[in-house]
Write a new protein. Sequence first.
Length: 318
Amino acid sequence: MTATLDAVTFGEPMAMFYANEAGSLDEVRSFTKALAGAETNVSAGLSRLGLRAGLVTKLGEDTFGRFIADALRQEKIDTQNVMFTKDRSTGMLIKSKVTSGDPEVEYFRKHSAASTLSIADFNEAYFAEARHLHFTGISVALSPECRDFARHAKQFMKKADKTVSFDPNLRPKLWADTQTMVKAINEASEGCDWLLPGIHEGKILTGYTSPEDIASFYLDRGTSLVIIKLGTEGAYYKSADAEGYVKRFRVDHVVDTVGAGDGFAAGVISALLEGLPLAEAVKRGNALGALAVMSAGDMDGYPTRAELESFLLSASTN
């Protein structure tokens, strides 16, 4: 079968309300509604760059569910496998506006529609249409059913000789304890082709502190490529036959850090699917991460292909 999707992912899209004014969330009165969710962000980032991305999820038959489905279509994300249920509600979150540091985020997602995604919902024909699978540790954390779905999806894609990428995207609040989280996330990473942890995540998951040792930990366990996000230090990559550091892009003013890691993933995945050299793929990831932090919404800064090319021509690294 010829692949009709460049990439497919699954997870929990959410309705987000981000503050229009700085201050504590309980004091803010004005918010802007937008689309959110790690896998949603990656899908949107890929789509804006011209790749064909599909998202698999469950939404509630409610206002937020309808809003999300419409927003996904506006982003030109394939929604053929977006399912609806009357039994559960759609997840949502609210996010503060900050002048420095990370914003305050409060989630309303417990027992959401997306958390009921299970192997029974897995559509083999749909996943077979995709060249690549991307998923994150957030989906793994939502419920045992979602964890089973993730394991099944990964195994299906690997058996079909497709590539698989995984972003640990640690959310300790979604887990019973750190030990359970580390065990489940490291199990999810096994067999993945491209692993995309942040440096702090890597330290928690492996016990090592250097990017080189963290990468080796996963390479020794069968991962083909590890790319570690280093924040203001750029990124480090390592495979069996290549390794190196790629500098960050200069950002004069950080507006909001949320969505930067997902933008990085979209940049790397799109470049690797296009056959770009590894260092260039990491450079594109850094570019999308930089653009993301300069905008308020999670995905507002993600560029089109023309916007990315313009940024690469004009931006500087340091």
